[in-house]
Every structure is written in C-alpha cells, then in structure tokens.
Design a protein around this ligand. Structure first.
Ligand code: FES
Length: 374
C-alpha cells in the first residue's frame, strides 16, 4: 500500500524511488471481532488460550510419567508394532507441542491487535533503464549462442536436461525390497548345517584379514582379537562355493559377522541369559568371549578396549559395553547390548561358534525383537 511520489539519489548518485504511505488504501471498513467489543467474549477467548497452554503442560507431565514408568523392553506393551513406551512418549510430546501451537494461533486470532498497518518499503521493480539493459544482454546472449537458429541443438539440450530428472525417480527402487529375515542371520550359522547330505563342521573363528584359525590356547588374558568366520577362507569346508564368499556377498557377510574376541579371567564373567531363557554359562572358553563388532547404536565397528574393566568403547558416539556382563550398555546412546556369539573348541583345540548369534546384530530397527537377559 505505497505510492511513488518522489525520487532521491543514493550514496552512489543513483536515483531511488521514495515510497510514501497512501492515506486511504481502499480497504473495506474494519470489522471488529466479538473479542474486541465484548468483554465476556474476550475473557472467554483468554480462558480458551490458557486452557490450551494448561493442556500442553499436562501432556508434558504425562510424557515425563511415561518416560519413567513404561519399560521400553517389555514385550507385552507392544501396540500395533510399536512399544507402549514409544507410543506414549510420541503422543504426549506431540500433543504438548500441538497445544502450544493451537493456543498461540487462537491468541493471535482472537486477542492480539487487529488493525491494518501501512508498511513503508521501496518498490521492488527495477528501473526501466535496468530492465531494458537486462533484456538487451539476454537477447545478445541468445543471439550469440545461436539457440534460436539451431533447433537441433536446442531440442537435444531440452531432452537431455528433461531426462536428468529420471535418475532421481528410478533410484527410489533402491529403497526396496524389504530385507525379510536377512538381518536376523549371519554366516556363523552355516557351521554345523547339513549340506548335500553332509554335516559340515562348526564354524572356526579366524583372525581378521589373515584368516588363521585361532587356537583357544593362543590367547593370553587381556588379549583382544578381531575375528571373522573361517568360511571366508575355506568355503568348501562348510559346504559353500567360492562365489558365495566373494565380491558383494563377501562384503555383506563380513559386515554382519565381524567379531571381537577378548580373553579375561573366567571368574570375572557374569553369564546372562540367552534368547530362549537358558544361561550363557557355556558360551565362553577359558575366559574367552566373543561379541559382534558392530555397535548396536548406528553400526560403527568397535574395538577400543579398556583392559582392566573389560569395557569396549565405540569411537563414534562413545557407547560403552561391558564384555564381562553379556555386552550390557554401561554408557552412551546404544539401546541394546552387543550380541554375543556362543563359543566352544573343536577336537583340534580351535575356537568354533556353537551356532549363529541368537539375536540380530547391528543397529536397532522397529521389527527387531528384544528379550530381557538379566
Ligand atoms: S555407532 Fe557406536 S555409539 Fe554410535
């Protein structure tokens, strides 16, 4: 609602248009709201706004109560695939924020000043000279490029640029398909299987990178070793083809099955429970325990060991796991313990996995089951 009445020069000498308010912008006559003219309506609106803010406070308190009372690990609390704790926290915090927003909108619409304002500002339009100069420059550029005279070039360019949008669309395909139960198994489970009528041996634990199978007697108390399943070096021994453990297959399997071995005083180990409720007493060999190397927070590889405490620290966000106590989280953002691999020794004294992990390795995801092991 401005009008240009005059010009003046700026610091560079260029002429600037000066805007002045228009006395009568031609708006319809102002309609007063009920809350502007009726004290009762005003008080009622005030109470409504305060009511929304009070409701927000109540939902915030509900959030705090839910946070401290609902246990995220209780299976019985699952509702439609989500834990009751997650649902209660999400709804209470969401409603608390929504009530504040609705209260502020109601306050603005019913109680805040309702007047027309004139805002002083310069016109956004460029001067006629500038517009002409820009147009001339544009036309000169177009003439130089010859785009008007060369429809073949122009059309092929338009086609190429138009097609560039397609990669963004087709790459959506990579969001699927869903992994099914692939995240729940690792190649450690290949050991002990029956393949083509032959029962293959339990999977040996080999040193990472060099592939040497590890003798239980190789490790001293305090030793920490990065390990992998022996099948990566000896696929036939476990009834697999080389193609099963090379290229992308190798990378996928390695990402899931990487292991940390640690030997400690057997007396320091507090065996927890397995997924089926049995004890993990027999999951270690002479104080040697094996855990997934993949952090249960967002999946960084872990290997920073605090030798005296048996704590393993993730370098990414400092989650700390107690390897003497079922991989329990003692610090940091990880929500779940490190999965433990049950160990044994074979006839020749080599460390082997009794079975696969009994829970999915790596970061949490919605469908992942959880069990109470303490
Ligand atoms: S990935 Fe390990 S703490 Fe975040």
């Amino acid at each position: 609602m401005t009008d240009v009445h005059d010009t003046h020069a700026d610091a560079t000498g260029a002429e600037l248009a000066v805007a002045e308010p228009i006395a009568d912008p031609g708006l319809p006559e102002h309609q007063w709201r009920p809350t502007d003219v009726d004290e009762k309506a005003e008080k009622r609106a005030e109470r409504q706004v305060a009511g929304f803010f009070a409701a927000s406070a109540a939902f915030t308190i509900l959030f705090l109560v839910a946070y401290f009372t609902l246990d995220i690990e209780d299976d019985w609390t699952i509702i439609a695939g989500f834990g009751a704790s997650t649902m209660a926290l999400g709804f209470s915090l969401g409603l608390a924020l929504m009530c504040i927003g609705v209260g502020i909108i109601h306050w603005a619409r019913k109680l805040m000043a309702d007047v027309e304002l004139v805002e002083m500002r310069h016109p956004a339009r460029s001067s006629d000279e500038d517009r002409e100069a820009s147009l001339e420059a544009l036309n000169a550029g177009l003439a130089e490029s010859g785009i008007g005279r060369r429809p073949l070039v122009r059309n092929s360019l338009l086609g190429a640029v138009g097609l560039l949008g397609l990669p963004a669309v087709v790459m959506l395909r990579d969001l699927g398909p869903l992994p099914g139960d692939k995240l729940e198994h690792t190649i450690w489970g290949q050991g002990g299987k029956t393949v083509d009528g032959r029962k293959v041996p339990l999977m040996r634990v080999s040193r990472d990178a060099i592939g040497t199978p590890i003798l239980a007697s190789d490790l001293e108390i305090g030793d920490l070793v990065n390990a992998q399943p022996d099948v990566f070096w000896n696929p036939e021994r476990y009834g697999m083809d080389e193609a099963d453990v090379e290229g992308v297959n190798l990378q996928v399997e390695k990402a899931k099955s990487s292991l940390i071995l640690l030997r400690m005083d057997p007396a320091d180990i507090k065996p927890g429970k397995a997924a089926d409720g049995s004890s993990r007493e027999n999951w270690s060999v002479n104080g040697i325990v094996a855990y997934s190397k993949i952090c249960t927070h967002v999946g960084c590889p872990i290997s920073l060991n605090e030798r005296t405490t048996h704590h393993l620290l993730c370098p990414c966000h400092q989650s700390t796991f107690d390897l003497a106590d079922s991989g329990k989280v003692v610090f940091g953002p990880a929500g779940r313990p490190l999965p433990q691999l049950p160990l044994a020794v074979d006839d020749e004294g080599y460390l082997v996995a009794q079975s696969d992990f009994d829970e999915p390795v790596g970061p949490s995801y919605w469908e992942r089951d959880y069990y109470d092991r303490w």
